[in-house]
Design a protein around this ligand. Structure first.
Ligand code: NAD
Length: 362
């Protein structure tokens, strides 16, 4: 496949705007990617592809099938709502394309496993843009934990709290779907917890609900306990209907308790506390790491470099199927009140579609 890699962007909503205006223009300028078409059900969104990607009006489609039939491309970028991801994957595979998709892989475990089976059977490349794990603050903390400077990791605590209680304040569809906190929010934090602990999940227990003032059809608030395969533990608080946005997107709280240091990240401020006395920890600020780009811009670049023969980005499908398993096991736990064995949950769902997962990370 010659560079620049040609792509079709499907979805020009809120996040589609970011893909068209910020994420892909950098790669287009670098000569690594070239847009050939964009698709959205709503023609009033086409201006985003025209202004951001420089596509002419006739390359903006409402009909998915026509867009793929009329434009040869190397990969698709999926930025539609989660319940529609599988149908876009199906079309992309029919046209022999690789796939860069917004999180979550899809909106149910069954559909996620079908996507996994189909992509693996077709031998195509797929990565999921779980962008938060690739942000500067999260990467700095992950690298600090893994540096070994602070000893062995014991457990991690995470917090994500918002005031998005009014209908539509977190994008309309999230107020209408089941389990919005877990499926549209916590999926990022589960991925971060997997990265921090360097392990996939063994068991998960989730308690979720929606307070009376939360204008959500599903649960907007939750507490989750995760036991990782390597023996580390995680505790997570997520809330979208609180009185204030204390640890919102890109400002989350994570505390990694290591043997020789407490690493605390709060609203992009990272510090380590070490102290063997009483109640007066010695604190040291840790500067955030620097590199040209983070989050989706970095993932998109790693993805096209993968198409070009480079290594896969960490968020490739075989890795992210584990994040999906943790996500939907948490949903199952929230619905049943049971502790869910995540690896068994994943195996049984993949077996049902005739495949098996890659080995878990321990
Ligand atoms: N990584 C992140 O930080 C981040 C942030 C926000 C959203 N997202 C993800 O991006 C995706 C889109 O979210 P959003 O907030 O942009 O939603 P949105 O509702 O604003 O936009 C979705 C768009 O998809 C279009 N669409 C739906 N079905 C379609 C179909 N069959 N064919 C063509 N177009 C179709 C809709 O018309 C709409 O314009 C979701 O998967 C979401 O989880 C990721």
């Amino acid at each position: 496949m010659p560079k620049p890699y040609r792509f079709i962007q499907v979805g020009l909503g809120l996040m589609g705007h970011a893909w068209a205006h910020t994420i892909m223009p950098r790669l287009i300028q670098m000569g690594k990617a070239r847009p050939v078409a964009a698709v959205d059900l709503q023609p009033e969104s086409f201006w985003k592809a025209q202004q951001g990607l420089g596509l002419p009006a006739e390359k903006c489609y409402t009909d998915l099938e026509r867009a793929f039939a009329e434009n040869e491309a190397d990969f698709v970028i999926i930025v539609t709502t989660p319940a529609t991801h599988e149908l876009v994957v199906d079309i992309a595979l029919r046209y022999d394309m690789d796939i860069l998709s917004e999180k979550p892989i899809t909106d149910t475990m069954q559909s996620t496993c079908r996507v996994y089976q189909k992509v693996k059977a077709a031998g195509k490349k797929m990565a999921i843009t779980l962008s938060c794990r690739f942000d500067q603050d999260m990467q700095t903390l992950e690298r600090a934990i893994k540096s070994g400077k602070y000893g062995r990791l014991n457990y991690v605590v995470g917090r994500f709290t918002h005031n998005c209680r009014k209908f539509g304040s977190w994008g309309k569809f999230r107020h209408e779907i089941p389990d919005p906190l877990l499926i549209e929010g916590s999926v990022h934090h589960f991925d971060i917890l997997r990265a921090f602990t360097g392990s996939d999940a063994k068991t998960v227990y989730a308690l979720t609900w929606n307070p009376p003032w939360g204008e959500f059809a599903g649960d907007s608030t939750g507490m989750v306990i995760i036991d990782m395969l390597n023996g580390t533990r995680c505790m997570y608080e997520g809330a979208k209907a609180n009185a204030c946005t204390y640890n919102g997107w890109h400002n989350e709280y994570f505390r990694a308790e290591c043997e020789d240091g407490t690493l605390e990240l709060h609203r992009r401020w990272l510090r380590v506390m070490r102290d063997y006395g009483w109640n007066h920890p010695l604190t040291e600020d840790l500067p955030l790491e620097q590199q040209p780009v983070w989050t989706n811009e970095w993932i998109a670049e790693m993805f096209v470099d993968w198409l070009d023969g480079g290594p896969p980005p960490a968020c490739h499908l075989d890795d992210e199927i584990q994040c999906a398993a943790l996500l939907f096991a948490a949903v199952e736990s929230a619905h049943t009140g049971k502790v869910i064995e995540v690896q068994e949950f994943l195996r049984s769902h993949l077996n049902a579609v005739g495949t098996t997962p890659a080995p878990a990370t321990v």
